[in-house]
Write a protein that binds this ligand. Structure first.
Ligand SMILES: [Zn+2]
Length: 474
């Protein structure tokens, strides 16, 4: 279905510069763009009408960091720490994933994102051991009608190595740029802080290709202030750089991020559960660093940003109360508001990706539109505080309709054009392969893996022996 579509009579959260909230107005979509917003719009003959009364119409959400390939392992690591994740994926089992396994996880995760109203996702794809894996990842993203940015990475090899191969260059020229299917391309690797700066050649490749770097920075036990300082001293901190997590950093590092114009992708549920550091929005607000939200991985968490918004607001307020109580004080007015986290889930993601054409509902912008409406749910009314409703009342089951560039990808609560039985077969085949590779005992034990005595607590990267004393009781 394409052509013109009108969503009638919803409460429209524009997320425009004035943050207008428009109760009972219509949103008209023509082709891939928003054509008009207003009350009782006159529309061209043949326009598809969608009843949005009682619902909320908002911009499609944007997830700036998601390891889609891991979706085939949904829920497996629910009780992991970050250390156990590193053992399982980086050291032991990440290498047994074949191209078809990357493809299966990406397909499942990409449809899952759309179903939850996440219209743009950065696929932080760090399981690309070969360009065959990368082609499989890109094929899956192009087969799903959302916006997907491929952030290319490979945890099995040094960034300086995989970015230097002829095959990698060939992939970039074949699959990225122009009007090809991917919405964008980034390089995804971490900076250990090793003073020899082994990641420097990979930054130079990114600079030469003119693509952003996204990097897990401020991750307890893996990446910290040393990595930020190296990036800064070599001029690799740029406005398009996305720092994932950004927890466990010093004031100096936050100043460097703020001064160079980068942004932080906050994965609150991940930081709370895995242990990268306290979810850092309280610090990022202080230093004026732009924020976007992300879900990280379905090995633990679900790929929807309702959970991210809710967890982020809760974590920020929790810290604010805790710090006040430690000083014998009482917080009477919360600093972080529901409106702000909805903004981070929409506009914040667009800004992080350098996209001025998505992230808000305004005439002329791309028609990435989400309708939240669930007349069967007692939680859908009364609708008194729209931002508060999105953050604390709504959930993915309330996503009624989703448009990406004017194309209907979900309608009446059902995905359009998704062959989920076929996706399920691919995922089951991947799970079968992994279970066979691990053996049943290792498979069972993998949900709570042992940690080797050495190496893993220094850092999870096999290309350097660098270790910081900071996370060793120093
Ligand atoms: Zn991550």
């Amino acid at each position: 279905m394409s052509g013109s579509i009108v969503l009638r009579g919803g409460t429209v959260l524009t997320l425009d510069d004035a943050r207008r909230v428009l109760p009972g107005e219509d949103v008209l979509v023509d082709g891939d763009r928003i054509a008009a917003i207003g009350p009782a719009l006159e529309v061209p003959a043949g326009t598809t009408e969608i009843d949005a009364t009682g619902g909320i119409v908002m911009p499609g959400m944007i997830d700036t960091h998601r390891h889609l390939w891991q979706t085939a392992m949904r829920g497996y690591g629910a009780d992991w720490t970050l250390t156990q994740y590193f053992v399982w994926y980086y050291l032991e089992w990440g290498k047994v994933f074949r191209p078809e396994d990357i493809h299966a996880g990406n397909l499942l995760g990409a449809w899952e994102a759309l179903e939850a109203g996440v219209t743009t996702t950065v696929d932080w794809s760090h399981g690309l051991q070969t360009t065959g894996h990368a082609d499989a990842a890109a094929d899956a993203l192009e087969a799903v009608p959302g916006r997907f940015v491929l952030a290319y990475g490979n945890i099995q090899d040094a960034p300086a190595n995989w970015t230097a191969t002829r095959e990698f260059r060939d992939f970039v020229s074949r699959r990225t740029g122009g009007d090809r299917g991917l919405e964008g391309f980034q390089l995804a690797f971490d900076v250990t802080g090793d003073p020899a700066f082994p990641e420097k050649p990979a930054f130079e490749v990114a600079r030469e290709l003119g693509v952003p770097v996204t990097t897990h920075a401020g991750v307890w036990g893996a990446t910290g202030d040393d990595g930020i300082r190296l990036m800064y001293d070599h001029g690799f901190m740029t406005p398009e750089t996305v720092y994932v997590h950004g927890a466990s950093l010093s004031a100096d590092s936050y100043h460097r991020i703020a001064a160079t114009g980068g942004s932080v992708s906050v994965s609150t549920e991940s930081e709370q559960s895995a242990g990268q550091g306290y979810p850092p929005t309280w610090a990022l607000r202080k230093y004026g660093i732009p924020v976007s939200l992300s879900m990280d991985t379905s090995v633990w968490w679900s790929g929807d940003l309702f959970s991210a918004m809710r967890a982020t607001l809760g974590a920020d307020r929790s810290r604010e109360h805790l710090e006040a109580h430690a000083k014998g004080e009482t917080v009477t007015h919360a600093a972080l508001r529901a409106e702000q986290v909805v903004e981070w889930a929409t506009r914040g993601g667009a800004a992080a990706l350098g996209r001025s054409d998505i992230g808000s509902l305004e005439v002329g912008k791309k028609a990435d539109v989400v309708l939240l409406k669930n007349d069967d749910s007692p939680a859908s009314f009364p609708l008194l505080n729209p931002y508060g409703h999105v953050v604390f009342q709504a959930q993915r089951g309330d996503v009624h309709t989703v448009l990406v560039g004017g194309r209907v990808v979900k309608r009446d609560g059902k995905l359009v054009g998704a062959d989920l039985p076929a996706v399920r077969r691919r995922v089951e085949e991947t799970v079968g392969h992994l279970r066979a590779q691990l053996g049943e005992e290792a498979w069972r034990q993998g949900m709570n893996p042992d940690v080797p005595a050495a190496k893993i607590l220094d850092n999870p990267y096999t290309y350097t022996d660098y270790q910081s004393d900071r996370t060793h009781g120093g």
